[in-house]
Design a protein around this ligand. Sequence first.
Ligand code: SER
Length: 319
Amino acid sequence: MKRILVTGAAGQIGSDLVPALRAKYGNENVVAAAHATPLPAHVRGSGPHATVDVGEPAALRRALREHRVDTLYHLGSILSVLAEKQRHLSWRVNFEGLHNVLEASVEHDLKCVVVPSSIAAFGPETPADDTPNDTIQRPTTSYGISKVFGELMGNYYHRALGLDVRGVRLPGIVSWATEPTAGTTDYAVAIFYGAILNERYACYLEPDTRLPMMYMPDAIGALMQVAEAEGSALRHRADFNVGAMSFTPAELADSLRKRIPAFRMEYEVDPVRQAIADSWPNSLDDSAAREEWGWKPRYDMEAMVDDMLVHLKRKLRPD
Ligand code: SER
């Protein structure tokens, strides 16, 4: 049985990944590691947890040793918008933290390390439609640069040191378990809160800003599937495009209006987030992931909207 540690377990993806890993590998075998953000009750109460600041190599090593970890999912990161505001924090967590994780993983002889990348690893010179897996990557954000660093370092640690690092470039992730945070793509989560609670939402991106997106169950599937893939079949390692859907704020608003006719969308464009979104792809070519490890998403936009509304209504209005 695997012994898994998840950094960033209190974040948007960690809060959903930890329960999925516990369901598959046993509650006692999945350690939820967090630092600045407190773990949500359903994560804290269902298995082992640890306080790990990825900027502190000693704490990381201690957690790997004490919990006899053999597999690590490194989700701890500072998202795009916050990383622009807090450059030192971004450096410490997104760059040094990644380096600490890779070094500790070599030292503890881990079997597999999953390091998610992002559409943020691309930039304005990247072909924006059906972005190829292997293409120009010149990101213009601190977060995006750290993601290219993570991909290259992951591939390097695999080639030079035999550490099995794997990763997917996640699109914007839509989910209901945690509140939207400091991402550029988070409008696609916040809009559901606005629609359910107030029947309106003020969007910080232009109506026609197209971005690749994915519903959380598919993101969890991608992370767990790439970790389980047969290593000998992989030509890529830490840098797989994974696509699912692609939409604009106006298209998502139309889809919501079909279910909540009174819903009104307004636009209060934030130039910082708009510039970041404009530098990212519109859609991804994920044929490498499909060919090398059988990637196939389950949710399109309409199926995602239906499922989000069911779960978020239950969460926000339990009676
Ligand atoms: N969702 C992330 C962000 O917007 C991208 O990886 O920052």
